[in-house]
Design a binder for this molecule. Structure first.
Ligand code: ZN
Length: 244
């Protein structure tokens, strides 16, 4: 079984063709969105399909510009168990921007914690410490840190909090990414495409090459690819069936 915990379905030119291929290849996919106001569009796209699930998101890099969407986010919260893309980004952001992001992210996390069964895919670029401190070590739900690029010390903290990490092909091409992946135990690893930002472009009809990602990852982890694939599969099944 293949899966993808972070795909921007709505950013592709032809999401229908993409979904058809995802179904054909049986890739369980979490289709993240970037703003509450576009969530329903993706929800509609996923209707009637088995392998694609819509996620409600509020991307940190859009929060400052579209700061009036929290109400809508909370309104849609019961529409799906999947939440993302949410988080914090402090790469070249103004103090006002980052402050607003933190306010909104705290409210989102508080609301998700009350529901107790949400699966969150989280962006944390240059803001890992703040993300960890807002999430804390007892969040009732599943946390997936998407494309983690922070320090090994913060990685340790995140692991001690029970978080998962979704790995993409770009991480395998950077020295920092490789070092991070080496330090994540196999039972916390998940896969993501983050396409169309990585690997394929907006015109693509396939989400990503999951098989080659598994091959590269198994070489790095010095683990047979079939064994690693089974472990990843188990991790994904675990996050879907966890009861809190
Ligand atoms: Zn993304």
């Amino acid at each position: 079984m293949l899966f993808d915990t972070h795909l921007h379905l709505d950013l592709f030119e032809d999401p229908q063709s993409l979904i058809k291929n995802i179904e054909k290849r049986q890739i369980y996919t979490i289709a993240v969105t970037n703003l509450p106001k576009v969530f329903f569009h993706t929800k509609k796209l996923c209707e009637g399909y088995k392998y694609v699930r819509p996620a409600l998101g509020y991307h940190p890099e859009l929060v400052f510009k579209f700061s009036d969407q929290l109400e809508l986010f909370l309104k849609y919260l019961d529409e799906t168990k999947y939440i993302g893309e949410i988080g914090l980004d402090n790469q070249k952001k103004s103090v006002d921007d980052f402050t607003k992001q933190k306010q909104i992210f705290e409210k989102i996390i508080f609301a998700c914690a009350e529901k107790r069964d949400k699966i969150l895919t989280i962006h944390s670029r240059k803001a890992e410490k703040e993300v960890l401190s807002i999430l804390g070590n007892s969040f009732p739900g599943t946390i997936i840190l998407h494309w983690y690029s922070g320090s090994l010390r913060d990685l340790e903290t995140a692991l001690s909090y029970g978080f998962y990490f979704s790995i993409n092909s770009a991480m395998l091409k950077s020295k920092n990414g490789l070092n991070i992946i080496k330090n994540i135990p196999d039972d916390r690893l998940l896969l993501e495409s983050d396409s169309p930002f990585i690997g394929v472009d907006k015109s693509s009809k396939i989400p990503y090459n999951a098989e080659s990602l598994i091959q590269e990852l198994s070489a790095l982890k010095k683990c047979h690819s079939e064994i690693l694939q089974r472990k990843l599969h188990d991790n994904f099944r675990n996050i879907l069936s966890i009861k809190h």
